[in-house]
Design a binder for this molecule. Structure first.
Ligand code: PMP
Length: 360
């Protein structure tokens, strides 16, 4: 064992050894409100139709490497402006990885406001890039003077803006986003993972700024298990990223299933509508609870702080009551004593609220 450890220390990059692997807690037997999944399944009749389609899929063949049929359907569904390209990834996580692998010149910097989606920093580290985090204001808005200063100092190759932001749930003011795009010397990736719950988008701005890309995912709309992310933007960028993409990154089952799902967009939209309505109910109840500060959300989750208490204890207490959410207290800073709950079904949300009342 010691011998192996010595070799590991010698051969594995120190920045990788220093990392903790992305931790996914075991949710067996728990009400799962930790990972921004859509809680609704498809109706039985739709499932049967889907299985009929899967039966015709040739599992013995490699997938279409360019997923042409699926990309055409997605272009229409997402409203990708004419003349802009669309690239697919095994989840948007893979798209972030592809972008950074292609941009990891020595000394290149990735910049993002923090707190935000942790994979931007993790993948920057994997790729050997530097990460510069610029703290959000206490109300989670973009600190434009601080962003301008950091942009000037670091000259980032790429800036990620999650819009709405995870884990805070807010949409940064459009004008602030526009300023960042205009000040950026490099690429800006606007990550619209929570678009279905947000009611706003920069998709129609593609092409108006040469350095803007828009990223989406099907994960929050009931298809987290499929792993399909989308990146839209000007062809010169995507042509380069496409060289880094592995040829068969989107499997036949994902191509067929996502194509089928797009033929049932109304179903996905209706589910997103239900989640938005539940979010508002959940927010009202949380806000009215003594000792809880909840922030309004444009996503399918709500960030809240336990004011006098200890978020670690509340998190554990909820788990004892059979409800798993996300504890953000270990991140510290603006997230001290904060927890994040994904909006579930009315029954799941009621169970969460009841458990929270009990443990507060
Ligand atoms: N971007 C943001 C802002 C996210 O919160 C997440 C998921 N937590 C992702 C991207 C990754 O999504 P996917 O499932 O498409 O990899």
């Amino acid at each position: 064992m010691e011998k192996i450890q010595r070799k590991v220390s010698e051969l594995i990059r120190p920045e990788i050894r220093a990392l903790k692997a992305y931790h996914v807690p075991d949710a067996t037997g728990l009400i799962k409100l930790d990972a921004m999944e859509n809680p609704y399944a498809w109706p039985e009749a739709v499932k049967r139709e889907w299985l009929d389609i899967l039966q015709q899929v040739a599992l013995n063949r490699y997938p279409d490497p360019d997923a042409r049929g699926l990309r055409e359907r997605l272009r229409a569904a997402l409203g990708v402006p004419p003349g802009m390209e669309l690239m697919l990834g095994n989840g948007s996580d893979e798209l972030i990885q592809i972008i950074l692998m292609a941009m990891a010149r020595p000394g290149a910097v990735v910049l993002a406001p923090t707190p935000t989606f942790v994979m931007y920093e993790m993948i920057a580290t994997f790729a050997g890039m530097k990460f510069a985090g610029v703290p959000l204001r206490p109300d989670f808005s973009l600190d434009i003077p601080a962003m301008s200063k950091a942009i000037a100092a670091h000259q980032p190759a790429v800036i990620f803006l999650a819009w709405p932001n995870n884990p805070t749930g807010n949409l940064f003011v459009r004008e602030d986003v526009r300023r960042v795009i205009e000040q950026a010397p490099g690429l800006v990736v606007l990550d619209e993972a929570y678009h279905a719950f947000a009611g706003d988008s920069f998709m129609d701005q593609l092409g108006k700024h040469d350095n803007l890309l828009v990223m989406r995912t099907l994960s929050k709309q009931g298809l987290a298990g499929l792993r399909l992310g989308m990146l839209a933007g000007p062809r010169p960028w995507l042509d380069e990223f496409n060289k880094v993409r592995l040829p068969y990154n989107i499997g036949v089952l994902t191509q067929a299933s996502a194509g089928f799902a797009l033929a049932h967009l109304a179903l996905m939209d209706a589910q997103a509508g239900q989640i938005r309505a539940e979010r508002e109910r959940l927010f009202k109840t949380l806000s009215a609870m003594k000792g809880v500060q909840a922030w309004p959300s444009q996503a399918n989750f709500i960030l809240f702080r336990v004011e006098q208490g200890d978020a670690d204890r509340v998190f554990e207490g909820l788990r004892q009551h059979g409800v798993l959410i996300k504890n953000l207290n270990p991140a510290g800073g603006l997230l001290k004593n904060c927890l994040r709950v994904t909006v579930g079904t009315p029954e799941e949300n009621a169970a969460f609220l009841k458990a929270l009342e009990a443990v507060l």
